[in-house]
Ligand binder design. Structure first.
Ligand SMILES: NC(=O)c1ccc[n+]([C@@H]2O[C@H](COP(=O)([O-])OP(=O)(O)OC[C@H]3O[C@@H](n4cnc5c(N)ncnc54)[C@H](OP(=O)(O)O)[C@@H]3O)[C@@H](O)[C@H]2O)c1
Length: 309
């Protein structure tokens, strides 16, 4: 089978195609024939070597965390999934492959109404959004909640969670994304590049989620937040806060938060609702397309990059 990865850190040109054996499912694992995988900002940072200090990698390093595909084999102990089931998988690595094995606590069934590119794009942003909303903040019905980066992958999923929980939100993004944000059901939209007079928006939010890629909001959250409020950030980017008594919380890995809990949430969510994630491009999984997809994601971009086998 084919897998993509790298042996040296660097730009998209270090990505290579590798020929590997198809893996065999171990105890409680299934073998998935991957239909599509999605690229995440994390993949770019990893390839660039941004985590090389704390996390030395064995090479070749096979990349990829988020995918969707069909079960083609399973360990004899697996009874809750059948051969032929479509499943969504989040994994530590090796997702840019034609086949992967996965433990059943790392997969969820893909409802067949959920388009393949959206299913491939759900795992990491969906787990992050679920954890941010249910485990890192303390939203009360009386709160004024804003989401910075509301049309991004994590931001849009967070918005959909909030709206399903009947929590009105202010969605913030580039002005070009207002139409899409409104299609998500966001009634209060603020364009960070076309801000109205300050009296209409400054220091009015009691909770701000910063889901911008990289987290640099150029001081906007500080201006949005009221005193005695919460800033929940998807990145641990340092921010200067002048608003008094703001609790800054970073959504980070926590041992007690399992992928399975998030997958159960999304499974229930999808029984009643559809899901939207902006997809920029879906194209065949070739080395050229992968390099281009990662290069696109490293620039200011709008929407997910998905590759299909
Ligand atoms: N802590 C966790 O567990 C966890 C998990 C997943 C993701 N994350 C982090 O959360 C952040 C959002 O992830 P995502 O997948 O939602 O990202 P994304 O969809 O690729 O981007 C989010 C938003 O950031 C803005 N943006 C796009 N390109 C940018 C660039 N080059 N520089 C600055 N801003 C840019 C865009 O908003 P506008 O066009 O409106 O500016 C975009 O909608 C990332 O930093 C990611 O690493 C954290």
């Amino acid at each position: 089978m084919k897998s993509f990865g790298f042996t040296n850190y660097g730009g998209p040109e270090v990505l290579q195609e590798f020929e590997r054996e198809i893996p065999t499912p171990k105890a409680n694992q299934v073998l998935i024939k991957v239909a599509a995988f999605a690229i995440n900002p994390y993949d770019i940072s990893l390839r660039q070597g941004k985590f090389s200090q704390g996390q030395p990698l064995t090479t070749p390093y096979y990349q990829g965390t988020d995918l969707v595909g069909q079960i083609v084999a399973r360990d004899a102990n697996v009874t809750d999934y059948q051969v032929g089931d479509w499943v969504i998988n989040r994994r530590a690595k090796s997702g840019y492959s034609q086949y992967v094995t996965a433990s059943t606590n790392k997969i969820m069934l893909r409802p067949l109404t959920l388009p393949v590119p959206i299913a491939a794009s759900l795992p990491s942003p969906g787990i992050a959004a679920y954890n941010a909303w249910y485990h890192f903040d303390s939203v009360k019905p009386s709160d004024q909640v804003a989401i910075l980066g509301v049309t991004g992958a994590v931001g849009s999923l967070l918005a959909q969670i909030a709206l399903a929980a009947h929590q009105p939100i202010t969605g913030i993004a580039n002005h070009r994304h207002e139409k899409v944000a409104r299609e998500f059901g966001i009634q209060n939209f603020l364009a960070y590049d076309q801000l109205p007079p300050t009296s209409q928006w400054q220091h009015q939010q009691t909770i701000v989620f910063n889901t911008l890629l990289g987290g640099n909001d150029h001081g906007l959250a500080d201006k949005l937040l009221a005193p005695h409020s919460q800033l929940i950030s998807l990145n641990d980017t340092a921010v200067q806060l002048t608003t008094p008594d703001v609790e800054k919380i970073t959504v980070a890995y926590r041992r007690d938060l399992t992928d399975q809990a998030a997958f159960e949430f999304w499974t229930n969510y999808l029984t009643e609702r559809s899901l939207q994630i902006i997809i920029d491009q879906v194209r065949p999984a070739t080395l050229t397309n992968l390099r281009d997809a990662q290069a696109t994601l490293a620039q200011h971009h709008f929407g997910k990059q998905v590759l299909t086998w």
